[in-house]
Design a protein around this ligand. Structure first.
Ligand code: TRP
Length: 358
């Protein structure tokens, strides 16, 4: 059951969703459903988000950004499969859906409605400056293309407006994101500010929260683990495949017995992201004592496998049990809409979209 909490945003008080009076912040974050969650996603985003959701003084909204997915990925099977995989992953890792409102963006039609309303107060010049758009223009420039907008959809161009709608719809105060997304949060603040200035104080200005102390993992080839580099280790691959992938991780040519530098070593870094301090320290010693790469890989495999075994089993069960996952998402959407339905009415009224008679 959601209660509303009053938050002061300057001249007027506005309501944000809160579960109790202790709630200070509304945390909201979206996960784009274009791939299979990997170890890097887990360590950098999923684990911190699940841990943050346990706090009693926050209200959390986590959602599957499937309408963002179709900007980058126009393969319907992949979008559908990824949505299921991402949902099952978060649930398998212990996301408590009693505490967190967990939903699919596309189940909340008020978000796309709000997007249009926000589009009408968004300066086109602001969107011209968005990194994702500029990068796409840059690619055209570099290839000597005359039409700099070639292949660029309006979806990509206005991506930050959809993201603003996601955030402003629930009056989120804190938005945990990677550095590459900070500009989008600034744009959401800008758009919210313009709307508030013109139509009255309706939106909270969100703040980005950058998790600087979370690990960024390297992938199989030593570059940052990322699906765009095709160097990932998916979280819940079967045991055999996990072993195979770990064996593929790039190392240098030092022989067993030769001292090795743990810092900068992908195997060590992955181990460290899962191990406690004492374990990490003792592994550091083994590096200095010349642990062989084969031995380290086998050790890392066994260690990760131990950690992932339980949630992997839950994940496999959830992947076979779509009805359950679907129900969890629908329940989450119902909770979210308990707020968004009412809020969009207020926004419509503020812009003059009102019934002509009672
Ligand atoms: N664009 C974000 C990403 O690619 C995902 C996202 C969509 C998001 N909507 C959001 C993140 C709202 C935070 C808040 O990572």
């Amino acid at each position: 059951m959601l209660l509303y909490q009053k938050v002061d945003v300057g001249s007027e008080e506005i309501k944000v969703v809160g579960s109790n009076n202790m709630v200070k912040d509304t945390i909201l974050t979206g996960i784009t459903t274009t791939g299979t969650p990997h170890l890097g996603n887990y360590v950098g985003a999923i684990r911190p988000a699940i841990e943050a959701s346990w706090r009693d003084d926050v209200r959390s909204f986590y959602f599957l950004a499937d309408y963002h997915a179709i900007i980058k990925c126009q393969d319907p099977k992949l979008v559908a499969e990824s949505t299921k995989e991402v949902a099952a992953t978060w649930l398998a890792l212990g996301l408590d859906t009693e505490k967190v409102v967990f939903y699919r963006q596309s189940d909340i039609p008020e978000i796309t409605e709000l997007m249009w309303i926000l589009t009408c107060v968004t300066a086109k010049g602001l969107m011209n400056r968005a990194h994702a758009y500029k990068a796409a223009v840059g690619v055209n420039e570099d290839s000597g293309e005359k039409d700099l907008d070639k292949g660029i959809t309006l979806g990509l161009f206005s991506y930050p407006v959809l993201m603003s709608a996601d955030i402003l719809m629930f009056n989120a105060t804190k938005v945990p994101v990677g550095r590459d997304q900070v500009q989008h949060i600034e744009m959401a603040r800008d758009i919210a500010g313009r709307f508030n200035h013109h139509y009255g104080q309706h939106f909270v200005l969100p703040e980005a929260v950058i998790e600087d102390n979370v690990a960024v993992l390297s992938g199989l080839d030593g570059r940052k683990m990322s699906k765009s580099y095709n160097n990932t280790i998916p979280l819940f691959v079967p045991e055999k495949k996990l072993r195979k992938l770990i064996m593929k991780i790039k190392t240098n040519s030092l022989e067993p017995g030769e001292p090795k530098d743990p810092d900068g070593c992908t195997l060590f870094q992955i181990y460290q992201a899962f191990a406690n301090e004492a374990e990490t320290e003792s592994m550091r010693q083994r590096y200095l004592n010349g642990i062989g790469w084969g031995e380290m890989k086998q050790f890392l495999f066994e260690y990760l496998n131990d950690h992932l075994q339980e949630p992997r089993k839950t994940y496999d069960d959830l992947m076979k049990n779509s009805d359950y996952v679907e129900k969890v998402l629908c329940d989450g959407a119902e909770t979210a809409r308990g707020f968004s339905r009412e809020f969009i009415q207020r926004i419509r009224e503020s812009i003059g979209i009102v019934p002509l008679a009672d």
